[in-house]
Design a protein around this ligand. Sequence first.
Ligand SMILES: [Zn+2]
Length: 125
Amino acid sequence: MRSPAIGPGLRDPERPGGVRLPRGSVVTWDGSDRRARLPHDWALRRVRVLRRAGYKCEARFSTGERCGAPANQVDHIVRGDDHSPENLQALCVYCHGQKTAGEAAQARRPRPRRERESERHPGSL
Ligand SMILES: [Zn+2]
C-alpha cells in the first residue's frame, strides 16, 4: 500500500522565515518608534498573534501569573521594527497601557551608568 502523496497545496501557509522587509526601508533611531512602519500584512499578523494567544492577554505580572484578560492589542515585545511573531504578544488594553507607560518612563529616565565593563572596544579612539 502506498501512503497518499502530500501535495504542495497541503503545505503550511504560515511559512516560517518568510518575512519580507519593505524595499528601501530606512530604520532611523530618533528615540521614538512612533513612525515605525508596519508591514503591509500587519492586520494578518495581528490576528495571528491574537489567535495564538487565544485572545487572552499574555502579559505576566511580577508574580509570574498570566494576566489572561481579553486581549485586543498586539504589542512588540522589543520595540522596533521586528514584526516577527516571536516579537509580538497579545495584550489587554490595561497591560498595553502599563507597558507603554513603562517604556516611556524608561526613555525619559537618564540611563544608569553601567558598572565598569572589563571589555574594551578594540576600535575605540
Ligand atoms: Zn493584561
